[in-house]
Design a protein around this ligand. Structure first.
Ligand SMILES: [Zn+2]
Length: 469
């Protein structure tokens, strides 16, 4: 089914706004064209006036970025999107001009199945690791530290399942000083479990690099770093570095100009997206928790397309199967049912780049969980360690239903967080594709204390208080 992205507006509204735009649009469009040539992609800074504006932008099909500065939201799009924003009554300003994927040289490389496995040095865009490199890294770590690291294949990507080129297995690593039945796929583990995942949104490439360094920090520090040694003696650490490998495969095809693929590669619901749209399902809107709520779109070309049904995507069902094998379900079905105070385990899913620590519910910020005080206290602590804002998504960014953190808390009762890895003070390390040097110089030093804190508190997250160390 071919489908173009379109903007639905009431006819009367269009007529009124078109009249308004006759004077406003030409000068602004000309400025953008002169500035960078036709066809370029911009990050638009879009001042908003009400909380409903985020939903208006999502509903109109704009690529709303995970970024907020005061009342301003940010939209990725071309000059036509700038015009459409003005037609809707917004006053967008060009914040940043992105390289145009259509004009940039594409560094073509063999599809994954043809590449020799086991090269952790395969990179793109100045050092970012490819999917194959991440998987080779997991195998390398397990071979170097057989007493600490166990690689688990928990499923297959959509492309692999459907026999398409460029598909991948889905992989996790369990890291602990292994004794007894540690790392078994059973929810009743001897040790509490801390789970870190990244790149469910493929283009948020900083997040996979944080996971890479987290794995190295743990496996390299056991026996020499006192805190790491104590952590791995007491806790299982699970890491999924690439939750959406098909999407990352598309991103990395851009080489030094990574493509902006956010979703997976499932094009069975619509493959005729034009330049401003994108194939695939947003895995962070597809999970079977309050599916179809705020911040989602039924347009297959939208960046927040929720899929044809809840949990329709194999990347999600496989991940949820892994979660169910790692954490017992301890919470009732109601939105305000609390998980017991002695519930163990923490899950963090990394995104970029809003510089925020977010906790359930993301589907509706006017509803608080039954563990709100504890989740809020832990998020506040992680926010202090990272210098990030914390809150429910709709309190500080925008509401969005069907995400990983809501699913894990909803179905299992596990304390779950989204950490938006970012930089709000323009150090040159912001956006999807910051210079690779930012990974070691900025992002990892910022994230390491927060990850250590969260992992250490996996034993009793709901007894964390605002004054806890
Ligand atoms: Zn994201």
């Amino acid at each position: 089914m071919a489908r173009k992205r379109s903007i639905a507006l009431a006819a009367g509204t269009v007529a009124a706004l078109t009249a308004l735009a006759l004077t406003a649009v030409p000068s602004a469009t000309a400025r953008e064209t002169n500035r960078s040539g036709p066809g370029n992609v911009f990050v638009y800074r879009v001042p908003t006036h009400t909380a409903a504006d985020a939903q208006t932008l999502t509903g109109a099909g704009f690529d709303l970025l995970e970024h907020r500065r005061g009342d301003a939201l940010f939209v990725l799009g071309d000059a036509r999107d700038g015009t459409r924003l003005r037609l809707l009554g917004f006053a967008p300003e060009v914040e940043q001009t992105m390289p145009d994927p259509a004009q940039a040289p594409l560094r073509l490389r063999p599809k994954s199945g043809q590449l020799p496995a086991g090269d952790p040095n395969e990179t793109y865009d100045g050092g970012y690791h490819t999917v194959n490199a991440h998987y080779a890294h997991l195998d390398h770590v397990a071979s170097q530290h057989p007493d600490l690291a166990t690689v688990v294949t928990y499923g297959q990507s959509w492309r692999r399942q459907n026999g398409r080129p460029g598909g991948y297995d889905l992989k996790a690593v369990c890291i602990t000083k292994r004794t007894g039945s540690d790392c078994a796929l059973s929810p009743n583990s001897a040790k509490p479990r801390f789970f870190l995942m990244s790149q469910i949104h493929a283009r948020e490439i900083t997040t996979g690099e944080v996971s890479w360094r987290w794995i190295d920090h743990l496996t390299g520090g056991y026996g020499s770093d006192q805190d790491v040694t104590a952590l791995l003696d007491s806790t299982e650490i699970w890491v999924v570095p690439i939750a959406n490998p098909d999407g990352v495969d598309i991103v990395q095809q851009g080489g030094d100009n990574p493509l902006h693929q956010r979703k997976n590669a499932d094009d069975s619901n619509g493959s005729g997206c034009d330049f401003t749209g994108q194939i695939g399902v947003d895995l962070n809107r597809n999970a079977g928790t309050h599916w179809g709520g705020l911040g989602t779109s039924t347009d297959p070309c939208s960046e927040v397309y929720l899929g044809p049904q809840a949990d329709s995507e194999i990347e999600n069902t496989a991940l949820e199967g892994l979660f169910r094998n790692l954490y017992p379900a301890v919470r009732g079905p109601g939105d305000t049912d609390p998980a017991p105070a002695d519930t163990r385990g923490i899950m963090i899913t990394l995104h970029s780049d809003a510089s925020m620590v977010i906790f359930p519910w993301a589907h509706d910020h006017t509803v608080h969980t039954g563990n709100d005080a504890a989740l809020r206290a832990l998020a506040d602590k992680l926010g202090t360690l990272t210098d990030y804002q914390s809150g429910q998504a709709g309190e500080i960014l925008y509401d969005a239903a069907g995400g990983t953190d809501d699913w894990v808390y909803d179905k299992l009762g596990t304390a779950s967080f989204t950490v938006e890895v970012g930089d709000s003070d323009s150090r040159g390390c912001s956006g999807f594709t910051p210079a690779y040097s930012c990974q070691d110089s900025y992002f990892w030093p910022k994230m390491k204390p927060a990850l250590m804190y969260a992992a250490t508190h996996a034993r009793a997250p709901y007894t964390t208080t605002a004054t806890d160390d």
